[in-house]
Design a binder for this molecule. Sequence first.
Ligand SMILES: NC(=O)c1ccc[n+]([C@@H]2O[C@H](COP(=O)([O-])OP(=O)(O)OC[C@H]3O[C@@H](n4cnc5c(N)ncnc54)[C@H](OP(=O)(O)O)[C@@H]3O)[C@@H](O)[C@H]2O)c1
Length: 297
Amino acid sequence: MIKGMKIFITGASGRLGGALNRRYAARHEMLTPSRSVLDLAKPDEVAEIVRDLDFDLLINCAGMISPDECEGDPLGAMRVNAESPAVLAAECQRRGARMIQISTDYVFDGEGDSLLSEAAPAAPAVPVNAYGRSKLAGEQAVLAACSQVLVARVSWLFGPDRPSFPDQMLARAIAGQEVAAIADKWSVPTSTDDIASWLEHLFIHRPAASGLLHVCNSGEATWHSYAETTLALALEIGLIQDLPPVKPQRMEEFTGFLARRPRYTTMSNAALADLLGETPQSWESALRQSLAGRVTR
Ligand SMILES: NC(=O)c1ccc[n+]([C@@H]2O[C@H](COP(=O)([O-])OP(=O)(O)OC[C@H]3O[C@@H](n4cnc5c(N)ncnc54)[C@H](OP(=O)(O)O)[C@@H]3O)[C@@H](O)[C@H]2O)c1
């Protein structure tokens, strides 16, 4: 029997925050203020609003997450992704609450080619875009402000709460449009439902877990192999009737980005596996569950 906690989630209307809120609402008391109540773009106002709330765990899922939007507004990205998280962490420290700060594989520069552990330096190598720099600044700020903070780095999220890459690929396939994806960029697609379950295990059974932690499914993909696997699973499950080819693209020939993207950011989940007592399932099997869930929902 899990003892219920008072959990405050920012970004609960988003892809990850939505998954956490769905899973935790049955067992815990949830506090999920919307952006109109708590706007992280206004760090000066955050402390006063949060001081009145009653919680023992804060999970900060809110963020400015589009690399291109951050590139166009680097100061805004810093306010949302670093300055306000620092205020939230200081408030957690003041009242003795725990905090989980959601971060990203984009804190790495992407220049290596082997699995990235928590010990791999994100700095002094500099993230390649304003999004990564703001998220790295956010990590450093919350770790400095609060002794009970876990920084959970996640990558390439998919889940039912907000559309993501598999939805885009499926929509193109269903519309009979060409499907193309970048084949020279690597990371780990990760299920938001799995993250919800792992984090709950950690805050219930491993309350002392703190510092950096890579929180992702097992395996590795390029956007191209991610697209191919999505469509193959969709065919198997009956979401599409034909398997379209996926045209491989090279990152340097792709002109649709304002911000540069890091090339290789696959994270090792060995430390997470140690804490959970089991290896997280592969991203392929998590994706199969997610796509099959659409048929039954
Ligand atoms: N998506 C990925 O593939 C990915 C990969 C690596 C790391 N991450 C990290 O995972 C976390 C969650 O990402 P996600 O995919 O769930 O993002 P998302 O679906 O875009 O959701 C972001 C959430 O943050 C809220 N938000 C945005 N700006 C805000 C502001 N100024 N004040 C308060 N709330 C604000 C949004 O509210 P509205 O509904 O009002 O917009 C939404 O609830 C982020 O920290 C992100 O950096 C994501």
